[in-house]
Structures are given as C-alpha cells and as structure tokens.
Design a binder for this molecule. Structure first.
Ligand code: PEP
Ligand code: MN
Length: 338
C-alpha cells in the first residue's frame, strides 16, 4: 500500500502514519522525494487492511494499493529515476556508463593490461570476477581472495572503480571491501539469502536478470535488496533462455523500455553473455543504447584465445576501442553521452 503525503506535510503527520502502520504489524519504507513524501506500507496482510485506515489520517493525500508483485522498485513508490553514484560516476543519469574487463581475474598482468586499454577507450568501471559461478564444479572457479587483491591493486593504479561478483552470502562483507559494486549473477537472482545480505551491506549492487526469470520475477527479486534499505541498486539484462540457439541467450531488448516504465531503477545491458560470440557483441551493445539502457557491461580480454573463461565472447582491446567510438556516436544520437 502506498500512502502519498500532501506537499509540505509535517514530520509529526508522517510519524503518525508510520506509527499506525507499525501498530498494525506492518513494515514501512519512506521515499523522501523533493516534492512530497511517500510511505510504503509493507507486509503479507496489507491486502486485508482497508485503505481508509490511512486515508483518514491528517496530512495524507492518497492511499493506493500496488497491485504488482514488486513494490519498492516500482514507479508507484518512487516516480523519479534513481541514480546510483559510484566513485563520482553517476549510473542512471544522462551518461551511458560502460563497464568492461575480463570475465575472470586471471593474473595481475592480465587485469592491468585490460584495465589500461578499456580505460583508454572510455570505460569508467572495471569488471572482473574473482568468484565465478560455474555450471560445472570442475570448471575454473576464480582466484578468490588473491583475485580481489589484484582488483584492489589495479584500482589503486588506474583509479578505475571496480565491479565484481559475489556468490556466497558469507563473502559479502569481504567482497564489498574490495569492490565499488557487488555483482549478483544470473544464477543467483533468486538466491534470497544472498540478496538479503547484499541488501544489508548497503553497498551498490548490480542484479542480473535470471536467465529463466520474467521481468516481474526480476523486479520482485530486486525488492529484496531495497527491503533491507539498500537503494543503490542497478538492474542488468543479460539475455534469457528461449528456443533459439543461434546465440548463447536471447537478449530481451524489450525488457529495457518495460523496466523503464515499471521501475525507477537504472538498467544496464550485458551484450557479451547474451551473445556468446564476440562477433555479435557490437550489434547488441548498440541496440541496448538505442533502446534506452543506462550503460553496458562488456567482456574484454587482452588475449581472448587464452582466456580461462568466456574467451569466445570477449572482445580484444582493439575491437573494444572500435566499438566505443561507434557507441559514442550512437549515444549522442539518442540524446546521451558516453
Ligand atoms: C559474468 O558476468 O561473468 C557472469 C557470470 O554473468 P551471468 O551471471 O550473467 O552469467
Ligand atoms: Mn563471463
């Protein structure tokens, strides 16, 4: 249930609404907008509570039910776009933010070389997994803590902000110490223990779409992060499973305008995992920007033939630099910049 307060309402009136909700056993979340304050009343039983209970309180303008499964990520709760600031970079604003780097951190040299080249080409954030969620237990699982230390070292030398994946709730605190954004991968979109822990960390988080998840399920999963008070949430479309096998996944371009309409959160696109092949990456990256994505996360490896993970879909530094030049023109054409 969403309680919109009148413009210029007093703190006492807002507190009164909160006390009433808590007295009924509900949780509340506040959206302190510049224009007015919105109070979300949350709980399993809100459907059985009359909206009049809140409508009669002083200072209340309207009370509406959110009929969608997701609440806090919805535009009903917060109509203005959310921007997530990471080391001076604003995600969800006018700028299209490009994150790039290897699938996995393999060595300090590999990471440093990639960082230098992607930074030179205009990427603002360095990606690289130290913990890899692999389909097979026998595949390379990432370097773990030594990989995180390499990310920190490269950050110190290049000044680039870092995004890296966390796969285990008990590692959230540690991975947060070494990264600017915590990545939650497609296979963990509904790992609720992980979502709650990342929510509690209050650390900026990028939530990838589960490859078998609907947009509604994805947004509802994002509510787990916001329910813990973490508002620094970025969504990332990375392709879904369909009957089509010509690409690794099917990039659901429609989800970008759908999300923009339904949610206030920024949305990025990962063309690399959708494509599965480096040749397809540029077209998907361009389509994403044209469709309104707030940024991209792209796999780049200094020597893709030797990559331990996802070499086929990784761009080499030359191809990445060429793509960035094209993307800058494209961003400009849709009223944005890179
Ligand atoms: C990745 O970014 O390297 C990754 C594993 O992505 P996804 O979770 O989308 O498969
Ligand atoms: Mn990968």
């Amino acid at each position: 249930m969403i309680v919109e307060m009148k413009k210029g309402t007093s703190k006492e009136q807002v507190d009164h609404v909160i006390e009433r909700a808590k007295g009924l056993g509900f949780d509340v979340q506040l959206n302190l907008g510049t224009e007015k304050i919105v109070v979300a009343i949350l709980g399993t039983d809100t459907g059985r509570t009359s909206t009049d209970i809140f409508a009669v309180l002083p200072g209340v303008e309207t009370v509406t039910r959110i009929m969608k499964p997701y609440k806090l990520v919805s535009r009903e709760f917060k109509s203005q776009n959310t921007t997530v600031s990471v080391g001076g970079i604003k995600i969800g604003g006018h700028q299209v933010v490009v994150m790039a780097g290897p699938c996995a951190v393999e060595s300090e040299e590999q990471l440093m070389e990639t960082a230098r080249s992607v930074k030179e080409a205009g990427a603002l954030i360095l990606r690289g997994g130290a913990f890899k969620p692999r389909t097979s237990p026998f595949a390379f699982q990432g370097l773990g803590l030594p990989g995180l230390r390499m990310l920190a070292k490269v950050k110190a030398e290049t000044g680039m902000a870092i995004i890296t994946e966390v796969v285990d709730p008990k590692d959230v605190e540690m991975v947060a110490q070494y990264s600017d954004i915590l990545q939650i991968g497609t296979r963990n979109m509904q790992n609720f223990a992980l979502l709650k822990e990342v929510g509690r960390s209050q650390h900026p988080a990028l939530l990838k779409r589960g490859f078998s998840a609907t947009v509604d399920e994805w947004l509802t999963a994002a509510d787990y992060l916001l329910a813990e008070g973490n508002q620094k949430v970025i969504l990332c479309e990375r392709g879904i499973r369909t009957f089509e096998t010509s690409a690794r996944f099917s990039l659901d371009i429609s989800s970008i305008p759908v999300i923009k309409d339904a949610s206030h959160l920024p949305v990025l696109v990962d063309p690399s995992h959708a494509a599965g092949h480096h040749k397809l990456v540029p077209a998907l990256a361009k389509a994403a920007i044209a469709a309104g994505a707030d940024g991209l996360i792209i796999e780049v490896h200094p020597n893709p033939e030797e990559a331990l993970v996802d070499g086929l879909q990784s761009l080499n530094p030359i191809a990445f630099a060429r793509l960035m030049t094209e993307l800058k023109t494209l961003a400009h054409a849709v009223g944005r910049y890179i």
